[in-house]
Design a protein around this ligand. Structure first.
Ligand SMILES: [Fe+2]
Length: 541
């Protein structure tokens, strides 16, 4: 293993190794990442498998011509026409929406020694085509209009990109309790001028971000220390802690570039939806029966297959992972992806096929064979409730709050139960959430000690003390609703984000719920007044 040393510091910033040597570094990769090292991992089999899958799908989506065009595109970077670019775009969208990347990299991520629970996101594909971006915008039949509109920072990223440079930043710069790692790789060879720019010397330094920079040519002059620009062959990747300062490649602004990113959130007791994005999914959902390491290419290959026109029960039951089974219930891959977010509007659940009670029992029995995460089970519970399978849904919700050790998932199980009027289930869930919070070791900055103060000092995760309070108040509200007249029932009050989210206004506009009026209606004049008084009421012991 070659280990480069930063000039003048004696600190080893870059570890350059082959994929097969990841297990033999003396300490888990996690320890090196946490210490601020950048790992360049060479010749990663998963990347070769991804390229094979892209070519195969391109043939399916665009025929022999499409496959040839995409191969040529990735090899030379030359765009022979927008139609070929569109084939690549459709292929990558399909891979993202089916969570192919999470599954393909599940064993790789599982081998880094990351603290559990680990969540993987859906992956980001960046199609950087500076000379074709504007023309692509004019062809909505080839590229969806959503690629070009305003982007929501919490949702999946737009894939097509115009030329841009600079913007040195940390991916996470707010207080949080977990550890996030980035993988970055190109789909072709990149030299120094087209590779990601990292600033390992700034890892623990308090530096400004997204500021005006003198010019793309000399990142050494940006004030973040010696830049690290590692040329990569196709198949190589860079791996680093999300709080490493980095910048997009910027020294070849005219050249097309096709790159991929996938992130993992470790020791993450929630869905990572507030700290980063709403596309994370538990690692277990991608693991085979019994949780044994298997062949991730085979499992991911199943996700890459385009769905039949009429997916049915048998098709779903043939899924080889918990995620594949649930994903195959959906007609459109994108609906499956976005339905995974807990607060997504219920209408997206209607994209799933309708099953009767027997069909759903088969699905649940099949899922029991796999090591599924709480996020997947809660999606199943929501699907069951949407299809009026209340008894089975109650069973799943009880299973989630009974088997988890996370107050977050227990509170969410309770919220979903309240929405369905399952008060007994909800009360058990809130009781469990309070107990889990009482013995939780979750704390801010527990994996990011000695890091500089974040630009956004607000905590973006639910912490144990707040969770206990929420569980207690939710129990009181639920009891009152259960014993009171039906007109009191108001499931919108059970959103624990009201207890901690610093941007209540954004939350209210997103959920459409006006917290103050609703609390007042259920609890009477005691909670009237300004929003601050409502919160004081909530926070009383
Ligand atoms: Fe970034």
């Amino acid at each position: 293993m070659a280990v480069a040393t930063r000039p003048g510091t004696g600190v080893r910033a870059l570890m350059d190794l082959r994929a097969g040597d990841l297990g033999g570094m003396g300490a888990p990769a996690f320890d090196h990442l946490q210490a601020g090292r950048i790992l360049a991992v060479r010749d990663v089999p998963e990347i070769h498998e991804l390229a094979r899958t892209i070519r195969e799908l391109a043939a399916g989506f665009g025929g022999a011509h499409g496959a040839q065009g995409v191969s040529e595109l990735l090899r030379s970077g030359k765009v022979s026409g927008l139609e070929v670019l569109s084939v690549l775009y459709r292929v990558l969208r399909h891979l993202r929406d089916s969570r192919f990347m999470g599954c393909l990299f599940s064993d790789f991520m599982g081998g880094l020694g990351l603290p559990a629970p680990v969540l993987l996101d859906a992956g980001y594909f960046r199609i950087m085509v500076p000379h074709h971006y504007r023309a692509a915008r004019e062809r909505p039949e080839l590229f969806d209009a959503s690629e070009f509109g305003p982007a929501d920072p919490y949702e999946t990223e737009q894939m097509l990109q115009d030329a841009k440079w600079g913007n040195a930043h940390r991916d996470i710069d707010a207080r949080h309790t977990h550890f996030q790692v980035n993988l970055w790789f190109p789909l072709h060879d990149v030299g120094k001028e087209q590779t990601l720019i990292l600033f390992p010397e700034a890892y623990r330094r308090n530096v400004s971000q997204y500021g005006a920079l003198p010019g793309p040519e000399n990142p050494r002059d940006w004030g973040y220390g010696e830049p690290l620009q590692v040329p990569l062959r196709f198949g190589d990747l860079l791996m680093f802690h999300s709080q490493q300062v980095h910048a997009s490649p910027s020294q070849a602004p005219d050249r097309n570039r096709f790159t991929v990113e996938i992130r993992a959130a470790a020791a993450c007791i929630d869905d990572n939806g507030r700290v980063y994005r709403r596309s994370f999914w538990r690692l277990e959902n991608f693991q085979p029966r019994g949780g044994r390491a298997g062949n991730p290419s085979l499992r991911a290959g199943q996700l890459a297959q385009p769905a039949p026109d009429q997916p049915g029960l048998e098709y779903a039951l043939a899924g080889a992972t918990g995620h594949a089974v649930v994903h195959r219930l959906f007609r459109r891959a994108h609906c499956s992806l976005i339905a995974g977010y807990l607060h997504r509007h219920d209408a997206v659940l209607d994209d799933a096929i309708a099953l009767d009670e027997r069909g759903w029992k088969n699905i649940v029995d099949r899922l029991e064979e796999f090591p599924c995460g709480e996020d997947l089970w809660l999606l199943v519970a929501r699907l069951l409730l949407r299809q009026r399978q209340r008894q089975l849904a109650a069973q799943i919700l009880n299973k989630v709050h009974g088997e988890t050790s996370s107050y977050f998932w227990a509170l969410e199980a309770g919220r979903i139960a309240i929405e369905a009027g399952l008060y007994d289930v909800a009360l058990s869930a809130f009781g469990a959430a309070g107990a889990y919070a009482g013995r939780s070791e979750v704390a801010l900055d527990r994996y990011t000690r000695d890091m500089p103060p974040p630009r956004s000092p607000m905590a973006l995760q639910l912490l144990p003390a707040r969770a206990r309070r929420a569980a207690k108040i939710f129990s009181r509200l639920a009891q009152r609703m259960q014993s009171g007249p039906a007109t009191l029932a108001d499931p919108s009050l059970f959103d624990h984000r009201y207890f901690w989210d610093p941007s209540l206004a954004r939350l209210e506009s997103e959920t459409g719920h006006r917290l103050k009026e609703r609390v007042k209606r259920v609890l009477g004049p005691a909670a009237s007044g300004a929003i601050g008084r409502v919160f004081r009421f909530f926070k009383e012991p």
